[in-house]
Write a protein that binds this ligand. Structure first.
Ligand code: HEC
Length: 110
């Protein structure tokens, strides 16, 4: 019985310890992939072209949904629809994790 409990506790701890590095790995992979987005969105997620969107600090779920929508054709844009075609599910999750991890500061209009 004691042995069984030890195994349960051990796997719970392993699961906990695993959570942070997996996320860090996604962010790192997303950062590497984001080089292809930087000309328009910047590595900081702030638009470098007048018609591109600021995506740094955006919700990861929203980013992922938009990228999937561009890829499926549900959302259309001359450039983004083409770019999204080349992204795998994993790329999309990693890119969303990276851009969402960027810290932005919001200053309210006085
Ligand atoms: C050639 C310029 C260009 C490149 C490269 C580019 N984008 Fe975009 N992206 C845009 C433009 C322009 C829009 C605005 C689309 C619209 O008006 O619907 C956009 C929109 C988006 C949106 C939706 C933002 C929102 O607020 O709804 C996401 C997410 C996004 N891009 C992610 C990426 C990612 C990730 C990459 C790299 C894999 C990338 N983009 C590469 C130009 C670009």
């Amino acid at each position: 019985m004691n042995g069984f409990r030890t195994i349960l506790l051990g796997s719970a701890l392993a699961a906990l310890c695993h959570a942070a590095p997996v996320h860090a790995a996604e962010v790192a992979a997303g950062k590497a992939k984001a080089a292809m987005c930087a000309v328009c969105h910047g590595m900081d997620g702030m638009a470098k072209q007048p018609d591109a969107a600021n995506i740094g600090g955006e919700s990861p779920a929203y980013l992922e949904r938009q990228l999937r929508a561009f890829r499926s054709g549900e959302r259309k844009h001359e450039q983004m629809s083409v770019i999204a075609q080349g992204l795998s599910d994993e790329d999309i999750a990693n890119l969303a994790a990276y851009y969402a991890a960027i810290k932005i500061e919001v200053v309210e209009v006085p």
